[in-house]
Structures are given as structure tokens and as C-alpha cells.
Design a protein around this ligand. Structure first.
Ligand SMILES: C[C@@]1(CC(=O)O)c2cc3[nH]c(cc4nc(cc5[nH]c(cc(n2)[C@H]1CCC(=O)O)[C@@](C)(CC(=O)O)[C@@H]5CCC(=O)O)C(CC(=O)O)=C4CCC(=O)O)c(CCC(=O)O)c3CC(=O)O
Ligand SMILES: NC(=O)C1=CN([C@@H]2O[C@H](COP(=O)(O)OP(=O)(O)OC[C@H]3O[C@@H](n4cnc5c(N)ncnc54)[C@H](O)[C@@H]3O)[C@@H](O)[C@H]2O)C=CC1
Length: 218
């Protein structure tokens, strides 16, 4: 293995068919809402159960549109994990969040523990969506704010014609006959000039010298 492969971000991104899985969210406050809405914005038919001692009015209002979301207003019980595939723990009780992870591990349920990256089996990313194109951004847990800014950058700069391009390529892909290798060669040919045809995107925003945040400045 190359030394470079052992460095930097070692997380492995996948695109889950979440709508076919059962998700438990523990915590009915601001972050429970943030994580659940991130899920439903992308995969609106996901079966979600949200358990919280107190569930915010914002969450109660938000889920009215989602018959696939069940709210349970009480403290977490380990049996809440029964039949679940994934859990996101977003309570204000750090020890409880760690307990959720412990119980999830016993049941082989994948866990995201919002206040403790070390206890997470996976992180949520910032998500850019242009029609069928989706880009997930990770900073390896180093700066969720930068992930958010990168999302905004791509949202602004990806051309609206992206979906048209995708639709055209799907049509061509479906119409191409011949052997697999021939198809690959043809699709590579068709798309070879794609990037050079695009308008050169402006550079990402830079931090002014005076604001330059280095590890030894606050
Ligand atoms: C490790 C990870 C685990 C996970 O949650 O999955 C994690 C952990 C933590 N986040 C914290 C803080 C903030 N998180 C956000 C926002 C987002 N956080 C998201 C993901 C992740 N956050 C995972 C790593 C992702 C990566 O690798 O980059 C995003 C991308 C996705 C989503 O949540 O859907 C979403 C942006 C979505 C978008 O807008 O595109 C903001 C900014 C804001 O809200 O405006 C802040 C405040 C500013 C700041 O800290 O930067 C804290 C400290 C809590 C405290 O201090 O109490 C922890 C815990 C810790 O680090 O110890
Ligand atoms: N990963 C991320 O992106 C971020 C994570 N956080 C972390 O998320 C955590 C939650 O923050 P907020 O939602 O703002 O807090 P909050 O106070 O708004 O909500 C906490 C929720 O946890 C519930 N709760 C507490 N004990 C419980 C129990 N035993 N069983 C079930 N529910 C219980 C409460 O009833 C409430 O609904 C904090 O620990 C914070 O550090 C904060 C910001 C971003």
C-alpha cells in the first residue's frame, strides 16, 4: 500500500437506499431536527422513529407532512433499537449518547453519535444536489462549516444544464449496443471534452491575510 493511501480522509463514502431501511433518531431538539431533516430532504420516504424526552414544536410541525415518521415522546429505551438498521443519537446527554452507541454495537446497528465523532460508525456529509447528480462532502470531521461552505459553492457554480447532460448521457447509454468494452470506449469518447467545454469555475473563496486562521491563532 502507498504511504499516501494511509493519510488524510480514510472514510469510505456510499450512497444508501435509506428509504428501504429503518432509522432511529434519539433526541428531539435542534440537532435531532437538523439530522432528521437532512435525511428526509434526501430520502423522504425513509421510515424514521424519533424518541426524545421532550420533542420540539418545530419537529412536531415538520413531521406533519411525513406519515413515515413516528414520534415517541419519552426517554430512550434500548428496545427502541430493535428492528432498526441505523441510529443517530443527538441528545444533550453525552453519557446517554454513548450508551446508545454501546447498545447499537451489540445489535450491529450502525450509529452516528452527534456529539462524539470517535463513537460514530459514519458521519453525515454536506450534500449538493442538482437533479440526479448528488455530491457528498466530508472534511473528515475537521470542519463541518467548511463542508457547508463547499456545498454552497458547488450549489452556486454547478450549471443548471447538468440534468440535461445527464439525461442525454442516459439516453446514449441505453441506446449503445455492442460489447461492454466498446460501450465504455464510446462513452469515454463522448464525454472526453466535457470538462474543457465548461466555463472555468472561479476559484473557491480565500481567507484574507488578516483573517488567516492558523492553528495557533483563535
Ligand atoms: C463529525 C460530524 C458527525 C455528524 O454529525 O455526522 C459532525 C460533528 C460535529 N458538528 C459540530 C458542529 C457543527 N456542525 C455543523 C453542521 C453540519 N455538521 C455536519 C456533519 C458533521 N458534524 C460530521 C462531520 C462532517 C465532516 O466531516 O465535515 C453536516 C456537514 C451534515 C449534517 O449534519 O447534516 C452539517 C452541515 C450541513 C450543510 O449545511 O451542508 C455546524 C455548522 C452549522 O450548523 O451551520 C456546526 C457548528 C460550527 C462548526 O463546528 O463547524 C460539532 C460540535 C458541536 C458542539 O460544539 O457542541 C460536532 C461534534 C464534534 O466535532 O466534536
Ligand atoms: N453533529 C453535529 O452536527 C452537531 C452536534 N451537536 C451536539 O448535539 C447535541 C444535541 O444538541 P441540541 O439538539 O442543540 O440540544 P437540545 O437541548 O436542543 O436537545 C436535546 C434533546 O435531547 C433529548 N434528551 C435528553 N436526554 C434524553 C434521553 N435520555 N432520551 C431521549 N431524549 C433525551 C431532550 O429531550 C431534547 O429533545 C449536543 O450534545 C451538541 O454537542 C451540536 C451541534 C452540531
Amino acid at each position: 500500500m502507498q504511504e499516501a493511501e494511509r493519510e488524510g480522509n480514510l472514510l469510505f463514502p456510499v450512497f444508501l437506499k435509506l428509504e428501504e431501511l429503518n432509522l432511529l433518531v434519539v433526541g428531539g431538539g435542534f440537532i435531532g431536527m437538523e439530522k432528521m431533516s437532512a435525511v428526509l430532504k434526501n430520502s423522504p420516504a425513509t421510515h424514521v422513529t424519533l424518541v426524545g424526552i421532550i420533542i420540539s414544536e418545530e419537529i412536531k410541525e415538520f413531521v406533519k407532512e411525513y406519515p413515515n415518521v413516528t414520534l415517541v415522546e419519552r426517554a430512550f429505551l434500548e428496545t427502541d433499537l430493535d428492528g432498526k438498521d441505523i441510529v443517530i443519537a443527538a441528545t444533550s446527554d453525552r453519557a446517554l449518547n454513548a450508551y446508545v452507541k454501546q447498545e447499537a454495537k451489540k445489535r450491529k446497528v450502525l450509529a452516528n453519535i452527534a456529539d462524539t465523532p470517535d463513537l460514530c460508525d459514519f458521519y453525515l456529509g454536506s450534500i449538493v444536489k442538482k437533479g440526479d447528480l448528488k455530491i457528498a462532502i466530508s472534511t473528515n470531521g475537521k470542519s463541518p462549516t467548511l463542508a457547508k461552505r463547499m456545498r454552497q459553492f458547488f450549489e452556486e457554480h454547478l450549471p443548471d444544464s447538468t440534468q440535461l447532460l445527464l439525461d442525454n448521457l442516459t439516453n446514449i447509454r441505453n441506446q449503445l449496443g455492442g460489447a461492454f468494452e466498446e460501450k465504455v470506449n464510446r462513452l469515454n469518447e463522448i464525454t472526453s471534452s466535457f470538462l474543457s467545454q465548461q466555463e472555468k469555475a472561479p476559484s473557491p473563496p480565500t481567507i484574507k491575510e488578516s483573517e488567516n486562521l492558523t492553528p495557533d491563532t483563535k
